[in-house]
Design a protein around this ligand. Sequence first.
Ligand SMILES: *Cc1c(COP(=O)(O)O)cnc(C)c1O
Length: 375
Amino acid sequence: MNDLQKRTWAEISLENLRHNYEAIRKSLPAGCRFLGVVKADAYGHGALPVSRLLQEAGADYLAVSCLDEALELRRGGITMPILILGHTPYAYTGTLIEENITQTVTCLAKALEYSTEAVRLGKELKIHIKLDTGMSRLGFLCAGGYFEEGVDNVIRSCRLPGLIPEGVYTHFAVSDEPGEDSEVYTRAQFKLFMDVIAAVKSRGGVEFLIRHCANSGATVSYPEMALDMVRPGLLLYGYGDSTGKLGLLPCMRLVTTVSTIKFYEPGTSVSYGRRFTTQRRTRMGVLAVGYADGLPRLISNKCSFAAKGGFAPQRGSICMDMCMVDLTELPQVDVGSEVELFGPVNSIYKLSDAAHTIPYELLCAVSKRVPRVYE
Ligand SMILES: *Cc1c(COP(=O)(O)O)cnc(C)c1O
């Protein structure tokens, strides 16, 4: 990047990404496929560069949330299989087929729509059936009293003309959370998943080539649930409680620069709303980053960032394009100095905890104004 333009940027380490991919791969049972989740612009890391690396490194599948995300990958030269996890209106069945994109089917009604459209076009659409085993989001209902109906509907969907049922999957609600309750719940979801698959096979003769359920949490904590493919997102980017177990490395470092530095006398109020007042003579820096870049305003006055020689406490309300930090204890930090907002030194968890959220949200929030710099 042109040094003169340095304002705020996200350094993305493709080397760390490759390392993470290989480390996760190595932990999998032989023959297990790897699907990299690259929805939401690869969790802010850039869907195309991440997908290109995964394609080249030998991953088997990619997943995105919607058709636009899938088409971005196809237009960028990604040829490997892509699964859409969310809904696509049936009117786009032709596009899905032409672009060789696999569509999730979440209920009989949608299976019928896709089937009708595919038959009308005289073509076939590759699908993965999604079962709702306890996330209570998308998927065929199959828990408790819905079991029989769920199994029937899956069989009926798979037998429809114009559809190629390649895979079946489910999604865990608490596989990344500690505690016995979470473990019991995850194991119950897995059992229901396997029970439906077995019933669909014995009653309908339908077998799936790819059964998958392991998100990041399950990929690490429940290796016995890897089945035919794992489906990690966050883990691939080097975040999550269990990255230590596999020696994974964070791939994003969000960096900004000091625009100006001024000294204020004690009793000077800082930023909108006057929510911070200096208690001492203060050397205050203005950082070229604000909530329009993805820094949550909620963490105003509640966080610190890594500067040369130490952590600089953030002071006053975070503005749209700027925020202030106390540099009194860090005289070595000067105008133009780089400040790490999150990365290897300033853990993203410090910020996500302060914002009462999860790292996922902070990664996705890094806005399009922030250039991604690949190294
Ligand atoms: C987002 C998503 C994933 C990846 O979740 P991580 O927690 O990031 O591993 C996997 N499967 C589905 C269906 C998802 O929506």
